[in-house]
Design a protein around this ligand. Structure first.
Ligand SMILES: Nc1ncnc2c1ncn2[C@@H]1O[C@H](COP(=O)(O)OP(=O)(O)OP(=O)(O)O)[C@@H](O)[C@H]1O
Ligand SMILES: [Mg+2]
Length: 267
């Protein structure tokens, strides 16, 4: 059997994942009204790839990311990592990390950048020998293009792009297998966005990272993704290779999203 005929095992498999939020409770505390954010979504992510997840505001992208992370308890459905079902009973699993949309809100303002990056290692008890953790922080700062001296500074002393670099360093600290990127550049100046996307691509190549990349912007997602899943009202309506999805969209909703991209798109 040649290599290409061996089917690759998915890194992550999501099966029939549902999440309802209780939006109204009775006087006795019994839930009486739900909003359905995830309608039972299923997809695989393969090692080393970027799967883009796109759709309009409110379609459930962040809910999908946070449920896969273990930050929300799923209403039903399962998530598998390397074919093994994820057990979120002890909280999130450090093999999956997240980069958040808003670098201003996602970093603790009272901690130095060094402390912010160290925190996940502390929680996991990694790099616990004297000096090891500091060395790891310095290595991570190098990797994301910040200087070692910046470890002693606080988030408010950094620009938006620099803060997102800190968020990336923190996500990388415990060598995760999957990084969920929830609109990591949409809060940044347009002039900075390309720098952060390029950094993420470069880190992916160097470290063999796998990304779930959430975005509104179909044009940007095409540039970074191998495959793209299109979400509408809590469901995935189409999933295909990025080029195929753009050149030959099958679903009406995908066509609608594509039509909304301003032409010509300044690459
Ligand atoms: N904590 C929550 N409690 C109740 N409803 C929620 C909660 N989080 C999300 N929702 C609802 O679930 C739906 C999906 O929201 P979600 O934030 O996942 O969308 P999104 O695709 O990430 O949107 P955006 O592009 O604006 O970030 C929305 O209707 C939202 O109001
Ligand atoms: Mg969101």
């Amino acid at each position: 059997m040649s290599d290409s005929s061996v089917k690759k095992q998915p890194l992550l498999s999501v099966r029939e994942l549902k999440k309802h939020f209780v939006t109204k409770k009775s006087f006795w505390g019994k839930p009486v009204e739900y909003s359905c954010a995830l309608n039972g979504i299923s997809f695989d992510i393969y090692p080393g790839e970027t799967l883009g997840l796109v759709g309009e505001s409110g379609c459930g992208k962040t809910t999908a990311g946070r449920t896969i992370m273990g930050l929300y308890k799923p209403t039903s459905g399962k998530v598998f990592l390397h074919g093994q079902v994820m057990d979120y009973s002890k909280g999130p699993d450090s093999r999956i990390q997240m980069i958040f949309q808003d670098p201003y809100a996602s970093l603790n303002p009272r901690l130095t950048v060094g402390e912010i990056i160290s925190e996940p290692m502390e929680i996991k008890g990694l790099y616990s020998q004297p000096g090891e953790r500091q060395k790891r922080v310095e290595q991570l700062l190098d990797m994301v293009g910040l200087s070692r001296e910046q470890a002693n500074r606080f988030p408010h002393e950094f620009s938006g792009g620099q803060r997102q670099r800190v968020g990336i360093a923190r996500a990388l600290a415990v060598s995760p297998e999957l990084i969920i990127c929830d609109e990591p550049i949409s809060a940044l100046d347009v002039s900075i966005q390309a720098q952060i996307v390029n950094l993420m691509s470069q880190l992916q190549k160097e470290l063999g990272l796998t990304y779930l990349f959430i975005a509104h912007d179909l044009a940007m997602v095409r540039y970074i993704s191998n495959r793209v899943a299109v979400m509408n009202m809590g469901s995935i309506v189409e999933l295909n290779d990025a080029d195929e999805l753009y050149s030959n969209p099958q679903h009406e909703y995908t066509r609608k999203l594509l039509a909304a991209i301003p032409e010509p798109y300044p690459e």
